[in-house]
Design a protein around this ligand. Structure first.
Ligand SMILES: Nc1ncnc2c1ncn2[C@@H]1O[C@H](COP(=O)(O)OP(=O)(O)OP(=O)(O)O)[C@@H](O)[C@H]1O
Ligand SMILES: [Mg+2]
Length: 304
């Protein structure tokens, strides 16, 4: 079963002000694979992640489970919390400070009516699988490190055997060595369980390490998507090229085009999302995605 997002749109309305955070995004998240979403701050990555996780309603479009490759939809809104789990960017903050780790890890099992004994056994199993000592289960979040907290969050996400885990910048707050270990762990867990990942990241090296496919977001749109090798080795969109050339992007909070870009964004001048690359002849992505290779799509008429 694939989790399929079809033509998702999300509009935030606040104080008479509208933000079109996601504009007609379609994605397939497949079991056993990693789909990476990359893109600058504010491009709509977390919003699409929350929609995929069932934590936020889309303004338009639909979410469904479909068998690979093209089967009948299996219940249009069938994205229960057991089938999709989410790991957040800030591991310590995502854990309730008043709950012991055991409770946090077990919580997804409660919805399935597991007995206390089963839940204890499964928590010990998962905490060991993510490379932690079971004694961690008796601690509180403030008593563990950021790297340990992210392992706890991963154990929690996997305990109820979900089909898809959504990872929103899972290693952004961790240092290089811890980051590498978490990526190795994620790869091992995927190989062992067949879980599918939707991974949001600004870190191109984690994309190279884990991604099967890549979707590049810019201003609420997907501007390029395709197999990881095609997008990384032969990027077609000027924005994708800029992102890859900028490796490593030091601070994901700083939009790559600087203060002027932010000012224009705020002023709503980018409402039509003209090409972010000044020298590009293509000024409009409204024409949609064009196929440029096997499953390789690009929303740039100049690149197509
Ligand atoms: N709850 C909200 N209310 C109003 N606007 C929001 C809300 N959440 C996000 N936005 C706006 O929607 C747009 C997309 O935000 P989102 O958090 O999805 O981006 P992102 O790609 O995850 O960014 P980052 O890389 O900084 O995490 C931004 O313009 C943001 O300001
Ligand atoms: Mg985000």
């Amino acid at each position: 079963m694939d989790l399929v997002l079809d033509d998702i749109g999300v509009v935030y309305r606040r104080g008479g002000y509208e933000t079109r955070a996601v504009r007609g995004v379609s994605l397939h998240i497949r079991k056993g694979e990693t789909l990476a979403i990359v893109g600058e701050s504010g491009s709509g990555k977390t919003t699409i992640a929350k929609v995929a996780a069932g934590l936020q309603k889309a303004t338009s479009g639909s979410l469904a489970w479909r068998s690979t490759p093209y089967g009948a939809p299996e219940g249009a809104r069938g994205t229960g919390s057991r089938r999709v789990q989410m790991v957040f960017q800030h591991p310590v903050q995502s854990l309730d400070p008043l709950w012991r780790i055991r409770r946090a890890v077990q919580e997804p099992l409660w919805h399935g009516g597991a007995s206390r004994r089963e839940a204890d056994a499964r928590a010990a199993e998962l905490i060991t699988q993510v490379g932690l000592d079971p004694s961690v289960l008796d601690r509180y979040p403030r008593q563990i490190s950021g790297g340990q907290a992210q392992r706890v969050a991963i154990a929690r996400a996997l305990i109820a055997k979900p089909e898809i885990v959504i990872l929103d910048e899972p290693t952004a707050s961790l240092d290089q060595t811890v980051r590498a270990r978490i990526l190795t762990l994620l790869a091992e867990l995927q190989a062992g369980t067949g879980v599918g990942y939707l991974m949001i990241t600004h870190d191109i090296s984690s994309v190279r390490r884990l991604a099967t496919r890549i979707a590049v977001m810019y201003h609420g749109l997907i501007v390029e998507s395709g197999p990881a090798s095609a997008v990384l080795d032969a990027p077609r969109h000027p924005y994708t090229r800029a992102l890859i050339a900028a490796v490593p992007i030091a601070d994901p909070r700083v939009p790559w085009n600087g203060a002027e870009h932010v000012a224009r964004h705020r002023a709503g001048i980018l409402a039509q999302a003209p090409c972010p690359v000044e020298s590009s002849p293509c000024r409009d992505h409204g024409t949609g995605l064009h196929q440029v290779g096997s499953e390789h799509l690009v929303a740039c008429t100049a690149a197509a």
